[in-house]
Design a protein around this ligand. Structure first.
Ligand code: B1M
Length: 210
């Protein structure tokens, strides 16, 4: 008999075939899809996230684990939708205008999905207006801005200004990316900064609940 612990371990070690088989087995045994997400997949992603924070694993291991999680979610999402189950929080994420780097942003998006956020990924080179429109359309609690270039950091500032001057001004804004700092976050009036994808999840949960 498959267990949630087996599933967490398979996700953490990026064994996607094993993870999918365990999800199928758990479903066949009558386990509720939401329990599989919350007690099997999410702890697996949290475990790899903790190791990433401590530099015990690196980006490739995170990507492989996230791919296993994503494939399992491919099986579960239709079932969750049929049951009317929606993630508690929604985050809009994108790389700011002028910036085409997306590897870190994708990692953050995957970790957020791993923590059971609904994630609306706008991709790269996203304008302030696009962030505002998506936050409104999806009724998001959180907008996540990524930038990898010093030259595109000012686009974070204009995006925060656009959000604050809009009808979605209360949405929480989280920033990150290699050149971004806590000081810059405070300077532009964003709500939070995190330096890596695993810490981003802790911060996202804190901001979404606040
Ligand atoms: Co570019 N690039 N690049 N590049 N590139 C850098 C960033 C650079 C540091 C390289 C260098 O000169 N040493 C430099 C920036 C210098 C600066 O601004 N100070 C640079 C440059 C100059 C450029 C171009 C201008 C080069 C040119 O054309 N002359 C050009 C710009 C294009 C554009 O965006 N308009 C360019 C292009 C590219 C490629 C397209 C070739 C490619 C991007 C491919 C892609 O993303 N799909 C690329 C790459 C790969 C890099 C490097 C090598 C790697 C970036 C990366 O993916 N890191 C980078 C040099 C380096 O970092 N060694 C470089 C891995 C990733 C997991 O880390 O994105 O930092 P990172 O994400 C981390 C954290 O920062 C954090 O979590 C992630 C995981 O822990 N994080 C968040 C990220 N977003 C977050 C959001 C959050 C929270 C945390 O909350 C919302």
């Amino acid at each position: 008999m498959s267990t949630f612990a087996d599933l967490s371990k398979a996700v953490e070690s990026g064994k996607r075939k094993d993870a999918k088989q365990i999800v199928e087995d758990l479903l066949a045994e009558g386990t509720a899809p939401l329990d599989i997400v919350e007690q099997g997949l999410v702890p697996g992603m949290s475990a790899i996230g903790e190791k990433f924070k401590k530099n015990e694993v690196f980006v490739p291991e995170m990507l492989i684990a996230a791919r296993a999680m994503k494939e399992c979610m491919g099986i579960l999402e239709p079932l969750l939708a049929d049951a009317g189950v929606k993630p508690e929080f929604t985050a809009v994420i994108g790389t700011v205008q002028g910036d085409l780097h997306d590897i870190g942003k994708n990692l953050v998006a995957m970790m957020l999905k791993g923590a059971n956020f609904g994630v609306v990924d706008l991709g790269t080179n996203v304008s302030p207006d696009q962030f505002v429109a998506a936050a409104r359309e999806h009724n998001a609690q959180l907008v996540c801005l990524s930038a990898l270039l010093t030259t595109t950091m000012p686009a974070m500032k204009t995006t925060v200004e656009a959000i604050r001057g809009s009808d979605v001004s209360a949405v929480r804004v989280m920033v990150g990316g290699a050149p971004v700092t806590q000081a810059y976050c405070e300077e532009i009036g964003a709500d939070g900064y995190s330096q890596d994808a695993a810490s981003a999840v802790d911060l996202a949960l804190e901001l979404a609940k606040s």
